[in-house]
Ligand binder design. Structure first.
Ligand SMILES: [Zn+2]
Length: 195
């Protein structure tokens, strides 16, 4: 192997180009260019090899940095894309807790169409529905309270909405903000006039 390996060097006298087998390093020859005796040194090779190694090491480092940067980029991007299907799932909102036909009659109020609505693109949830004043008189400061439960039917809080004046026979479409994030369903709790 080493017999076939040639070293490129320069004449120490004239700087002429020399090429010789690696085995001949250290020998003194007569330069083919100037005819003067010159020692075959591997300076060019010795000088170049570490530099090219440093260069390749540097390149390797750059590739590594780039690759790790890319890995970080991919790592950072992945969860974002993974979240997307979850949030798009929220598009299927309007989880009816009771069928629209269900009507609650209490205190001369009718409460219908109670729904838990998730807002697309946000974590906000509302309980919506309709409260009708069944009486022939104005109702003042009507406060509606809805009970909230999680997926295991465990109470997690309540949502309320308020309507200042509800005219006789008029209806009010309420929208109560849900603050308990675990809320999976909502049900009527109470409605009445507040003093
Ligand atoms: Zn020479």
């Amino acid at each position: 192997m080493s017999i076939n390996k040639f070293i490129k060097s320069e004449c120490t006298q004239c700087g002429g180009h020399l090429e010789f087998p690696a085995d001949a390093v250290g020998e003194v020859i007569d330069c083919p260019h100037c005819g003067q005796p010159t020692k075959l040194v591997a300076t060019v090779l010795v000088a170049k090899l570490p530099r090219s190694r440093i260069l390749s090491a540097g390149l390797m480092l750059m590739v590594l940095v780039l690759a790790s940067g890319l890995a970080v980029f991919v790592f950072v991007r992945k969860p974002a894309t993974a979240i997307r299907p979850v949030s798009s799932k929220l598009v299927t909102n309007q989880v009816a807790t009771k069928s629209p036909r269900d009507e609650i009659l209490t205190n001369e109020f009718s409460i219908t169409a109670i729904k838990l609505e998730k807002t697309v693109g946000s974590s906000l949830m509302y309980v919506t529905g309709e409260v009708r004043n069944l009486s022939e008189r104005q109702r003042f400061g009507v406060k509606l309270v809805l009970g909230l439960t999680d997926t295991n039917q465990v109470p997690v809080g309540e949502a309320t909405d308020y309507h200042q004046v509800l005219e006789p026979r008029a209806s009010w479409r309420f929208k109560a903000l849900v603050l308990a994030s675990k809320t999976a369903s909502a049900h009527f709790d109470s409605v009445g006039e507040t003093p």
